[in-house]
Each structure stands twice: as C-alpha cells, then as structure tokens.
Design a protein around this ligand. Sequence first.
Ligand code: IMP
Ligand code: MG
Length: 174
Amino acid sequence: MAERVEVLLTEEEVDRRIQEIGDQISHDYAGRQVHLVCVLKGGSFFMCELAKRITIPVSLDFMSVSSYGGDTKSSGVVKIVKDLDEPLAGKNVLVVEDIVDSGRTLSYLLEMLRDRGPAEVKLCTLLDKPERRVVDVKVDYTGFRIPDEFVVGYGLDYDQKYRNLPYIGVVKFD
Ligand code: IMP
Ligand code: MG
C-alpha cells in the first residue's frame, strides 16, 4: 500500500510554539531549576528544541519504556527498558513527551515517578489527542491539540520511519 505524509503543522509553526512554551516554562520556574525527563524515543526531538529555549537552569535525563502484557499496543502497564540515570528526590520534574493519546502510558509513568520523592512532577507534551483519552491525565503544557489522526515527524514514527521530519504530518494510505 502506498503511503504519503501530508503536512499538518509546518516546521515554522512547531518552532514558534516551542519558543512560546519555553518562555512560559522559564517564567513559571523562575528562581528554580527544572529537571526535564524525556521519554524516548519520540520525546527526544521536542525535548532538545525545548531545552534550548529555556533560560533558567535545566538538567536532563532520559528513560525508555514499552507496553507490558495486554494485547493492545498501549495496555497501560509499562516496562522500563532504560531507567533514569539520576534519582528524582527533591527535583522539579517536567516529563517531556511527544504525544498523549489514550493517556495510559503516561498515567502509569507519572505515578511511578511520583513515588521517587520529587518536589513535583509536571507534564509537557508537544501534541495532545484529547478525543482518544481513556485515562485522565493532567497536562501542564501542551504544544497543539490535534484531531484523532495518526501523525509522524518531530520524533513520532510510523513503523520506526519519519521521526526525522522537521514538521508534523499525517500518514495517508492511497
Ligand atoms: P498512550 O497515551 O498510552 O495511548 O500512548 C501514547 C504513545 O503512543 C505515544 O508516546 C506514542 O509513542 C504512541 N502514539 C500515539 N499516537 C500516535 C501517533 O499519532 N503517531 C505516532 N505515535 C503515536
Ligand atoms: Mg511516546
């Protein structure tokens, strides 16, 4: 089946929005340090662009998770494939994600991170598909709310492809 990618959000639109979120975070965390936790692989492109635009002190860590058990892709039970390098105790943790879809992965992950004794845990996502939500997740910073379509680019993949696109596109099958 032939597949093609239609632009949903241009590189300029995404860059502009990331600058706005970076400004907002710099303002909200003034006088503190923010500890960005990136969920690999999808969150990595957004996290790097966002971190460059934050003007208060930033530290970074990375984790990789996969769905565990269950028969759907997002069962909500998460296996840690790569854990964080640093403890979270006392830190102002901001989880940086590519997209919140059903919310299952994130609600599990946020609870797990909160158990590690951080000062706080907040969530920043580039994209949100609110129509798809199954589990309630509080999102503190959202780049764009998008319709229920499968998107790629800026870290998001279809079958491991298209992560490197500098814009957000919708995969279409002809
Ligand atoms: P959920 O919120 O637990 O359903 O899972 C969210 C994860 O599913 C994201 O972190 C992505 O890895 C993946 N995902 C959800 N929607 C899309 C999409 O439109 N394109 C690419 N990956 C997606
Ligand atoms: Mg993800």
